[in-house]
Design a binder for this molecule. Structure first.
Ligand SMILES: Cc1ncc(COP(=O)(O)O)c(C=O)c1O
Length: 400
């Protein structure tokens, strides 16, 4: 449509939201569908956080606030960065947005000029390349192969850096692979980055608290303090505190960048919801007891899903370090025909047939920049996961 902006032609709508919608439609039409597409915890927001929000409403904390966050929330975020990441950020180095998504978006809008390159390790969160393109930049994808646990190494990073590189976008633990970079792996990437002072690092630590076994979360500005001055450390309350609908994300970084991000936000959405901000203060300052409990529940589900998927014919499912996703390969199913008569040529064929024939909604790996894989979000009940995995086993067992 000629009326629409040219920039729209550069981006595509979110594939994960598309799958969730398709599954919802099928359900509404009476089909028995198990949705494993959505990226949000199935837990309810903890009571203390809800209470803080209710109290904020009662106390009339319902007006506009400072654009990039109330002082109380900035203080809670500074304390969090100090406590959990050993990073010191002053209030003017902290910004709060409507979800981590807006914070990432603000940072890209505030920094990208046409032709600027942003290195994005694949598989990646669907929004990264689209946001970069929307900002007029050029996404440069480099693959973290399955053989390396879906992580990039220093050689691949070094090879991707050009004079036009503006950012490296790191996400650990990763959506969609669940891969987490160890301190040593971050160290190796940091050594490359130290040689290229024009490259900034945007690290998306949204899944920090969802790590399993003895994996220890680390973030790059902590691993290499010399990178602190050109790192934006992004985080949020959505995943750790089951607060996806409240829409609060935040970042710590250099003063000038933080200020520029606030300028973008001041002319678009202004402050995030005042009530959500007060809820986030309680999330960060209140009890953290449920975080390890939730991680333990997710770990049990991960173990279940990995084990059951590896028993499905043609599927290979690596064991990820964190988040609530697995990213199995469906290479062994391609070239085969389903019970319903569909020839599987791509991972998209695989997920489409799986939804149509067995009512299990997952997302194709190609949407995350790596095929042939698919992503399962296991942030759903154990019963639903068991049933879904049984259906996947049956679907794969019936391939000819
Ligand atoms: C890797 C990653 N980053 C950022 C976000 C954004 O989270 P929110 O905007 O809810 O804070 C998500 C949500 O799915 C994500 O998976």
């Amino acid at each position: 449509m000629a009326f629409l902006a040219d920039s729209l032609a550069r981006i595509k709508p979110s594939a994960t939201i598309a799958v969730t919608n398709k599954a919802r439609e099928l359900k509404a039409a009476g089909r028995d569908v198990i949705g494993l597409g959505a990226g949000e915890p199935d837990f309810d927001t903890p009571e203390n956080i809800k209470e803080a929000a209710i109290q904020a409403i009662r106390e009339g904390k319902t007006k506009y606030t400072a654009v990039d966050g109330i002082p109380e929330l900035k203080a809670a975020i500074a304390a969090k960065f100090k406590r959990e990441n050993n990073l010191t950020y002053a209030p003017n180095q902290i910004t709060v947005g409507t979800g981590g998504k807006q914070v990432l978006y603000n940072a890209l809008m505030a920094t990208l000029n046409p032709g600027d390159e942003v290195i994005i390790p694949a598989p990646y969160w669907v929004s990264y390349p689209e946001m970069v393109a929307l900002g007029g930049g050029t996404p440069v994808e480099i693959v973290g192969p399955q053989s390396q646990g879906f992580k990039i190494g220093p050689e691949a990073l070094e090879a991707a850096i050009t004079p036009k590189t503006k950012w490296l976008l790191l996400n650990s633990p990763s959506n969609p692979s669940g891969a987490g970079y160890t301190r040593a792996e971050l160290r190796a990437l940091a050594d490359v980055l130290l040689k290229h002072p024009h490259v900034w690092i945007m690290t998306d630590d949204m899944y920090e608290h969802l790590v399993f076994d003895d994996f220890e979360f680390a973030t790059i500005a902590e691993v290499e303090p010399k990178l602190y001055d050109r790192t934006l450390t992004v985080n949020g309350v959505s995943k750790a505190y089951a607060m996806t609908g409240w829409r609060i994300g935040y970042a710590g970084g250099p003063v000038e960048l933080i200020k520029a991000m606030g300028t973008i936000q001041s002319q678009s959405t202004s402050n995030p919801s005042s009530i959500s901000q007060w809820a986030a203060v309680e999330a960060l300052n209140g009890t953290q007891d449920y975080i390890p409990k939730n991680a333990e529940i997710f770990k049990k589900r991960r173990d279940l899903v990995v084990s059951m998927l590896n028993q499905a014919k043609g599927i290979v499912c690596p064991n990820p370090e964190g988040a609530f996703y697995v990213f199995p390969s469906c290479a062994g199913t391609l070239g085969k025909t389903t019970a319903g008569g569909k020839l599987l040529k791509t991972d998209e064929d695989f997920v489409t047939a799986l939804l149509e024939e067995e009512g299990v909604a997952v997302v194709q790996g190609s949407a995350f920049g790596l095929a042939p894989y698919f992503r399962i979000s296991y942030a759903t009940s154990t019963e639903a996961l068991e049933e879904a995995c049984k259906r996947i086993q049956r679907f794969c067992g019936n391939l000819r």
